[in-house]
Design a protein around this ligand. Structure first.
Ligand code: HEM
Length: 528
């Protein structure tokens, strides 16, 4: 005690002689040092053996945010090697427990409604962008009904109409876009695929009148809505920051536009329409209430946004991967000629089933580049992780990352190789799934929006599982395969340096996508 006083005496004297700025600086460093020491001591001395191991981190609150944020898949794989399939890390001050592997996928994605909750996590981001009373701004049972209404519009009959619409949008895009003038050139492909995705999705799902407005005001408004989805908004969604003000203005303007369209359509009833808005206008909740116009408008925004990021990122990856493997692009061209004839007639929905390599391109790209790398749930009551002694407390967030099992050598030989042929018969790299992925004979369950596979213990789940499973899978497949067909008919792609390299991933937004610029070399098959 005496020695301490001897030491502290002169120190405190020196401290009081410092200017105010220096005193604050020294105080801050002292605070930082003490909190780091306390944080490390707590991790080493106060381990709770009934809770999953915690990824070591120096700083409280920051925890592993930076290493996770820079490259989530690498973070998962490295820590899985250290801690196993179930571990906790600190993400922006919140203890986040990741459950990996097929069992982990099942545990999180098939969690019971009384155990796990998605809306508590996502509402802060989605409600200001989509609007009130839909998706995560309503009880889960209402979302299940909304998903049912949306899914009903995505029928085979509707897809038959969508394929020619998507084909036309793609071909006319390449005809009119300055970057594709001439016989050959170089272009950063992701912004082009983003435009093609929004034009094809808006035209197919929302009709020509809405699509035409994307050439004018709507593209900028949707861009402003998009800005609401930045990760920083998990914390600052409420703040009167410029991008939040623009987000709120865009939400009001776009919703108003949809509501005016609905009013016009109600005034002039149509009998044979197939589009999403028409289906929602004629849907009624179980309690007898007809879906109100503002909810229809907000669901229209939600649908377009849900599909835009994922499909645009996936189509960009597909084009970049084809540029890295021109031989596979040629395989696709040959597949079309063999299956559809050398004159390559206008594509029909039924043709897609005759083009298995085109389907495999989408599957394999989603295996390595699923746009949603982390799926989160709030924990509603202490959760025992089957097969372990761990119980996850309610102050943790639960996280699933099906991308980890999708690139695990246990299930996918040569996991880092983009090999679309692995999904076709007799491939040496065929997936050896511990159990078959959702097949015809698998047990199914209906959460309220149609039958889906009951189990989620599959290593390959790019569209999620359980009550929050994607309803846009078939639409995305139709859209992406049609885009591939049309691009392959028009172009040969290669990397600018003719190498097989593929650009890295940008994890800065909520959806992973290729880093930009991602430039490819294109050449027309026929004289322009
Ligand atoms: C949900 C992936 C395209 C609409 C999901 C989920 C995933 C996913 C992983 C589950 C999220 C969770 O559990 O929290 C994808 C991928 C796509 C795609 C990889 C394209 C390649 C689309 C499209 C639409 C759509 C085109 C609309 C037409 C939805 C909706 C949900 C959903 C409404 C339900 C959200 C919930 O129930 O919480 N999607 N999606 N998706 N997706 Fe997709």
């Amino acid at each position: 005690m005496d020695a301490t006083m001897h030491l502290l005496g002169p120190l405190s004297q020196q401290y009081s002689q410092l200017g105010l700025g220096s005193q604050i600086g020294v105080g801050f460093i002292a605070f930082l040092v003490v909190s780091v020491i306390l944080n490390v001591l707590m991790q080493t001395l106060l381990k709770n053996s009934n809770e999953p191991p915690v990824v070591f981190h120096w700083f409280p609150i920051i925890g592993s945010t930076i290493t996770y944020g820079m490259d989530p898949p690498r973070f998962f794989v490295e820590n899985r090697a250290k801690y196993g399939d179930v571990f906790t890390f600190v993400l922006l001050g919140r203890k986040t427990t990741v459950c990996l592997g097929p069992a982990g996928n099942d545990f999180v994605l098939n969690g019971k409604i009384r155990d796990v909750n998605a809306e508590e996590i996502y509402t802060v981001l989605t409600t200001p962008v989509f609007g009130r009373d839909v998706v995560y701004d309503c009880p889960n049972s209402k979302l299940m009904e909304q998903k049912k209404f949306m899914k009903i519009a995505l029928t085979t009959e509707a897809f038959r109409q969508y394929v020619p619409i998507i084909s036309d949008e793609v071909t006319s895009y390449f005809k009119r876009t300055a970057d594709f003038k001439g016989q050959l050139g170089e272009v950063s492909i992701p912004p082009k695929m983003a435009e093609i995705t929004i034009f094809t999705a808006s035209h197919a799902l929302q009709g020509k009148a809405i699509r035409d407005q994307f050439d004018e005001s709507l593209a900028a408004l949707y861009h402003d809505l998009d800005m609401g989805f930045s990760p920083i908004n998990f914390t600052f969604h409420w703040a009167p920051l410029p991008w939040n003000n623009r987000r709120d203005h865009a939400q009001r303007t776009v919703a108003k536009l949809y509501m005016e369209t609905i009013k016009r359509r109600r005034a002039n009833p149509e009998l044979d329409a197939q589009d999403m808005m028409f289906h929602l206008m004629n849907s009624t909740y179980k309690n007898g209430v007809q879906v109100p116009d503002h909810e229809i408008a907000h669901m229209m925004i939600a649908l377009l946004m849900a599909g835009q990021h994922s499909s645009s990122s996936t189509s960009s990856w597909i084009m970049l991967l084809l540029a890295s493997r021109p031989d596979i692009m040629e395989d696709l061209y040959q597949e079309q000629i063999n299956a559809l004839g050398p004159d390559l007639p206008p594509l029909q929905y039924e043709d897609l089933a005759k083009l298995p390599l085109h389907g495999a391109i989408v599957k394999e790209t989603l295996r390595l580049h699923a746009p949603i790398h982390s799926i989160m749930r709030a924990v509603k009551q202490p959760l025992h992780v089957p097969g372990t002694k761990f119980v996850i407390p309610t102050n943790h967030v639960l996280m699933s990352a099906p991308g980890v099992s999708a690139s695990d050598p246990v299930f996918f030989p040569k996991p880092d190789l983009w090999d679309p042929h692995r999904w076709l018969p007799d491939s040496p790299n065929a997936p050896s799934l511990s159990r078959a992925p959702a097949g015809e004979d698998e047990e199914k369950i209906d959460y309220g929006y149609g039958l889906v596979s009951k189990g989620a213990a599959s290593p390959y789940l790019p569209f999620g599982a359980g009550r929050h499973r994607c309803i846009g899978e078939q639409f995305a497949n139709v859209q992406l395969q049609t885009i591939i067909v049309e691009v392959v008919r028009l172009f040969k792609f290669r990397n600018v340096d003719s190498s097989n390299k593929v650009i890295g991933t940008d994890y800065a937004s909520l959806f992973s996508r290729p880093l930009e610029p991602a430039v490819i070399h294109w050449e027309r098959r026929e004289q322009a």
